[in-house]
Structures are given as C-alpha cells and as structure tokens.
Write a protein that binds this ligand. Structure first.
Ligand SMILES: [Zn+2]
Ligand SMILES: [Zn+2]
Length: 327
C-alpha cells in the first residue's frame, strides 16, 4: 500500500461503477462542493466532462428600458425571457469580467469544453469577451454578435476556434464590415456545420453598402422567404425555413393586416419568421428582404400567438448605452 491507497481503493472494483450513479444525484453546486473535499473527487468530477451541463446561462443583470416600465415589472419581463427589453449591464466590460474569472481557473477552463449552448442574456460582447468565449466554449453551436463594442477581431476568434457553429447572428454591429465578417467563415468546417446566418440591419438605417455578397461566402445564400442566409449544401436535407404560407389580409381594425394562415396580425411582433416549415428558396433579385427587428429567443420558432403575453415591438436601444459609455 502506498500513500495513495485510499484513492486507489475508491477508484477500483465495484465502487468505480457506482461513482457515475452517485454523481448523477448531485446538482452542479453539490458537485463543485464535493470536488473541493479531496483530490480523488476533484479528479473524478472534473475529468468526466460529459457530466457537466452542455448549456451555460448567465443571470439577467441590468435595468429595464423606460417604455417597458409603464406597464410591466422587471420580474414579468424576465419571466417571459424578453431579454431584449432589458438594457445591458452598466459596465460595458461586465461579460468580459465574468469570463475572465471563469478562465482564471484551470479546472473551469477545461470543464466547459463540451458546452454547446451559452446564453449570456442581456450581457454584451466585447472583443475580449469573444476571445474568452472562443477559448472556453469551443463547441458552441450558436453565437450572437451584437453592438458596437466588438470588432472584426472578436469575430475572428470565434470563427477560428468555434468550428461547430450552426447559427450565427449579427445585430447592430456597426463597427463591423459584414462582407469581411462573412469571409472569415469561409472554411471547410463551417461549410459542413453552418445552417443559417442572420443579419439584423435595423429598420431605420441604410446599411446597404455592407450587404454580404455570394462571393464572400459562396456556400451560403439569402432566402427570399425568410430573409436568412442559409447553407445551400444542407438545404435538401431538412426543412429549416419558416414562412407564412397564407396571404396578408387587410383588416379595418387600426388599419392592420393579418396572415390568413395563422392569424398573425402584427408582422413586426412577435418576431417569428413564420408558422410553417419549408425549404429555403434562393433570393433571385437584388432587393433582399429586410427582416423585422426581433427578439432572438422567439424569432426562430414557429409562430404561435399564445406564447406571447407581453407586447414588444423593437429590439433594445443600444445607442443609449453607447452615449453613457462615450462611444
Ligand atoms: Zn402564418
Ligand atoms: Zn428561408
């Protein structure tokens, strides 16, 4: 027997088979606490990456937009997951600081390597937070670029290291040349995995000069039905295009119109792309369809009216934050 004998005994024979079952009974917090008790548990808990959750969420941290405050409380909005009605945290580096902390421990840096989904809620990315995201979460399948705190450098980190990405979204990234951003994703790995790229151009701004062209990312094409860029090589495998098969009917009520298929009567709300799935259709004309400003958590789901208890018409106004941050 050596000094390590207890470790040896615990990690051998029938006990080894029991360990995974034991760990399954513990929540994340208990597992972290157990890992702190001795080397054996620390090793067993951190070595088996499959035991860690594959999604990571941050809590909401911030204040409500004024126009929401009149009718709804922060709790209601948070409960409905309408993160876009919540402004980013006061500190523009909040996300960066959280990720820095995670990356500072070797165990942590390791344990998120199989995470496929991160939800940073109303936090906002900087180049540094994107660099850390790429480092900590190389297996993520979705990324959302939003706002002016990031540049092409941050996008570069993600595109190079997160090669399993399926969904990429750009919202109000006015410091980024979208054509250049698209070109970064032109690789074999992204060609195999990417399903859609969404570009939110804003309703009031003319960003026409930045519209990515086919030559920038040849395997992706804009869809005339849903307005997303889709992977042409994958289009025949699966129906991923959401659209309204019906027609718009004018109603006398408040001079609004509704879709005959599902009754959706507020085209800019609640931000869904449609109520039926079909295959994407390549956009033939130059006048590429403008998408409404949406809430990302709902935008890519089938339209169903009952889900939305709150009314919200626009994405959050980041310009107010930039003013505060002197940008
Ligand atoms: Zn419909
Ligand atoms: Zn489509």
């Amino acid at each position: 027997m050596t000094n390590d004998s207890p470790v040896f005994a615990m990690d051998s024979g029938p006990f080894r088979d029991v360990i995974p079952i034991l760990l399954d009974y513990l929540d994340l917090k208990s597992r972290v606490q157990l890992a702190q008790t001795c080397r054996f548990w620390k090793y067993r808990i951190y070595i088996d990456l499959k035991r860690w959750p594959t999604t990571l969420e941050l809590p909401y941290l911030g204040s409500m937009d004024n126009y929401v405050g009149i009718h709804h409380s922060l709790e209601e909005v948070v409960h409905a997951k309408l993160w876009s009605m919540v402004r980013p945290p006061e500190d523009p580096r909040a996300l960066e600081n959280v990720l820095k902390q995670i990356a500072s421990s070797d165990d942590s840096a390791q344990r998120f390597s199989l995470v496929t989904k991160i939800n940073f809620k109303n936090f906002i990315h900087t180049d540094e937070s994107l660099r850390l995201t790429a480092l900590l979460f190389p297996a993520i399948e979705e990324i959302r670029f939003e706002g002016n705190l990031l540049s092409i450098n941050g996008i570069h980190h993600i595109a190079m290291q997160c090669q399993k990405l399926k969904h990429v979204e750009f919202y109000q990234c006015e410091n980024v040349d979208l054509r250049e951003a698209f070109r970064i994703f032109d690789s074999q790995e992204h060609q195999e995995n990417l399903e859609r790229i969404f570009v939110y151009r804003g309703f009031w701004r003319n960003l026409a000069g930045q519209i990515p062209l086919m030559e920038d990312l040849p395997f992706m094409a804009p869809c005339e039905k849903c307005g997303l860029y889709y992977n042409q090589l994958k289009n025949e495998q699966k129906m991923l295009c959401l659209y309204h098969p019906g027609v718009r009917i004018d109603t006398n009520e408040h001079s609004r119109s509704l879709f005959s298929c599902c009754g959706s009567n507020t085209p800019r709300y609640p931000s869904t792309l449609g109520c039926q799935y079909t295959f994407h259709t390549k956009c033939s004309s130059d006048s590429f369809r403008k998408l409404h400003d949406g809430l990302p958590e709902y935008m890519f789901q089938k339209y169903s009216d009952v889900k939305f208890s709150l009314r919200c018409y626009e994405r959050r106004r980041l310009d107010k934050c930039y003013k505060r941050w002197n940008l």
